[in-house]
Design a protein around this ligand. Structure first.
Ligand SMILES: Nc1ccn([C@H]2C[C@H](O)[C@@H](COP(=O)(O)O)O2)c(=O)n1
Length: 358
């Protein structure tokens, strides 16, 4: 919020539209009261809406090829091009706009969310977080524990009253060394033996491929960086596959489900799953089988798990895009500047009732 000196009024500034995550990070790092707001809706709704606005299938394909282009990190222009997915992952606030109708007067759902947000920006702590925000914030915090070098995901399971039953993040099984703490040179020079599997240490095809791929990282190792690696990528590069099963980590959702089997707890039939990335096919099957009723998510994880698993059969869990503040914006918007009681008292001079000695 800035003060417009000519009019003597406070203003909020909306920048429309940021589509590059580095641009967004630049502003997030420099402006304390900057909130990166992602307005999104389920993909099928997005397509309906574009069609309602008379975009042809060809035009939609062309927009998508720019906004959701495949990224090659070795090409310099990658860092300045549009990357909606990258921006979604960096957002501080998510607004969900699932209505098929895009006429402004009809956007009550979106308008309500924006009104709430502006009230919080003007007066942090004026209301408390929603149950969805509270729960997703826990999942969001949990994800930072992940030692996965590809993507960090956090998950939370609650019953249908939002009472927390388990949390999880994607990581290797307890006892295995997480990927961020392993390095290529240790495997090749036979150090840190416990960190590597017998397969990695002994399979000739794997080792030969690994040595070949290692050449590109030699310069980086010389700078002192820990050159860790993703086993899934190494393995898939040999057999020219893209098999997710080879990830060393348990998925965040799976880990949360397993906490209950491991340490005991309450059944979660009919409960809710909060996850920072929508579930893959394997986790979607587990959630379905466990009788999870609603799945709240932030990033759509690529794949067919929603259409193929979640929407199949007749006891479908309901998928809901998360809406609300997360991470640093959660703290900024919900931390009152001073206790509200003190603010009211400071504004209203005390009245001493008659008859009571001062
Ligand atoms: N719903 C999801 C999606 C992914 N992951 C985790 C598993 C791997 O650790 C990592 C894989 O990310 P990527 O497929 O981007 O390599 O993310 C997860 O825990 N839950």
């Amino acid at each position: 919020m800035i003060c417009n000196q000519t009019l003597g009024r406070k203003s909020l500034i909306a920048v429309d539209a940021l589509r590059n995550p580095l641009e967004a990070i630049f502003l997030q790092d420099r402006i304390t009261n900057f909130h990166l707001v992602a307005v999104s809706c389920p993909d099928e709704q997005r397509l309906i809406r574009l069609a309602l606005q008379n975009f042809s299938a060809k035009e939609i394909k062309s927009i998508d090829s720019t906004e959701y282009a495949n990224r090659d990190i070795e090409v310099e222009s990658t860092y300045s091009m549009q990357d909606i997915q990258g921006c979604l992952q960096r957002a501080d606030i998510y607004l969900s706009n699932p209505d098929g109708d895009s006429r402004v007067g009809k956007l009550t759902n979106l308008t309500n969310q924006i009104t709430r947000l502006i009230s919080l920006m003007k007066r942090p702590g004026i209301i408390t977080p929603t149950a969805l925000e509270r729960c997703m914030q826990i999942a969001y915090t949990a994800k930072l524990n992940s030692g996965c070098i590809s993507r960090q995901v956090g998950a939370l399971i609650t019953d249908n009253n939002f009472s927390v039953k388990a949390i999880g993040w994607n990581d290797t099984p307890h006892g295995h060394v997480p990927c961020n703490l392993r390095n290529r040179d240790d495997l090749l020079s036979g150090l840190d033996k416990i960190a590597f599997s017998n397969y990695e240490k002994n399979d000739e095809t794997y080792i030969n491929n690994f040595k070949e791929r290692n050449k590109r990282y030699i310069k980086i190792a010389a700078t002192g960086r820990n050159v860790s690696y993703c086993f899934k990528s190494e393995f898939n590069s040999i057999y020219k596959t893209n098999n997710q099963v080879h990830t060393r980590s348990l998925h965040a959702e799976e880990n949360a489900f397993l906490q209950i089997s491991k340490y005991g707890g309450q059944g979660i039939y009919g409960g809710f799953l909060f996850t920072t990335a929508s579930p893959c096919e394997l986790c979607a099957k587990k959630a379905y089988q466990l009788g999870i009723r609603k799945i709240f998510y932030i990033d759509p994880y690529p794949g067919i798990s929603i259409a193929h698993i979640i929407e199949g059969g007749e006891s479908n869990p309901y998928m809901e895009l998360f809406s609300g503040a997360i991470g640093r914006s959660f703290h900024k918007l919900y931390s009152p500047i001073m206790a509200y009681k003190d603010e009211l008292n400071a504004l209203a001079p005390e009245i001493v009732p008659k008859g009571i000695p001062a």
